[in-house]
Design a protein around this ligand. Structure first.
Ligand code: SF4
Ligand code: SF4
Length: 89
């Protein structure tokens, strides 16, 4: 089971999305950091109503459940998270 450690790093990488990308347009505050990211607590200020792209359980149910198992998605999330936390991005 994937467990987010709440480091906040994946909320600060919108500069890596292409210019004009709809997710970047909606969330980037201008410096790559999400406009809903609380920079002090490093937590999401709209957690309960965060977009589906930020909610892995909802994203899985909506888009992936017919294409991969929960276990496969957990492996993907763990790999993605570890890379983000270890890379100097
Ligand atoms: S990088 Fe991983 S631990 Fe950090 S906030 Fe994102 S999912 Fe959670
Ligand atoms: S909406 Fe919340 S969870 Fe999603 S990137 Fe922004 S701060 Fe992070």
């Amino acid at each position: 089971m994937f467990e987010c450690r709440k480091c906040g790093k994946c909320c600060t990488l919108f500069h890596m999305f292409p210019e004009g990308d709809s997710i970047r347009e909606a969330l980037d505050s201008g410096d790559g950091i999400c406009r809903y990211f609380d920079r002090e607590s490093r937590l999401c200020s709209i957690y309960e109503s965060r977009p589906i792209i930020c909610n892995h359980a909802r994203y899985y149910d909506e888009y992936l459940k017919d294409r991969m198992t929960c276990e496969e998605f957990d492996v993907f999330l763990n790999t993605f998270c570890e890379r983000i936390r270890s890379d100097d991005v």
